[in-house]
Design a protein around this ligand. Sequence first.
Ligand SMILES: NC(=O)c1ccc[n+]([C@@H]2O[C@H](COP(=O)([O-])OP(=O)(O)OC[C@H]3O[C@@H](n4cnc5c(N)ncnc54)[C@H](OP(=O)(O)O)[C@@H]3O)[C@@H](O)[C@H]2O)c1
Length: 131
Amino acid sequence: MNQSSFILITGASGMVGGVLGRRFQADGFRKVLTPRRSELNLCDAVSTEPYFLKHRPEFAFLMAAKVGGIAANVADPVGSLSENLSIAANGLSACHRFGVQKSVLLGSSCIYPRLCPQPIQTYRHVLNVSF
Ligand SMILES: NC(=O)c1ccc[n+]([C@@H]2O[C@H](COP(=O)([O-])OP(=O)(O)OC[C@H]3O[C@@H](n4cnc5c(N)ncnc54)[C@H](OP(=O)(O)O)[C@@H]3O)[C@@H](O)[C@H]2O)c1
């Protein structure tokens, strides 16, 4: 991955995706796609594939999710699960079908690696890149 790679960040208007997008921008990446849900709705497989076909990202950071916190998940557990499964399945499937070299998907529930060295390493280490 380098600064002219085509990078897709889904959920870039959200908290996590927004931080990642600003980090890429600060690091000089010039081809970062940050579609809103109105442009790429990952719940809709029919419209997801044309987006990937048109833009052909090389790396994908799948940060989009239905997020509501613990109370919202307790109130509507199946709705959150169902939507997030669709978002994950459609995103990963499109990455596979359209030749994305590496993809990162955030787990959409509270998952913390208890034994992971802290602080958790950045995307540079995850993707084994240096620049
Ligand atoms: N917040 C935390 O502390 C935390 C910690 C660990 C993990 N996570 C995980 O990180 C992920 C992102 O969390 P967040 O706090 O950044 O969420 P957030 O601020 O609520 O942002 C959610 C993002 O997902 C997008 N989105 C929702 N449904 C979509 C769909 N069907 N298609 C395309 N985009 C969609 C939204 O886009 P629009 O604005 O265009 O609707 C928005 O950009 C979640 O899986 C969350 O569980 C969060």
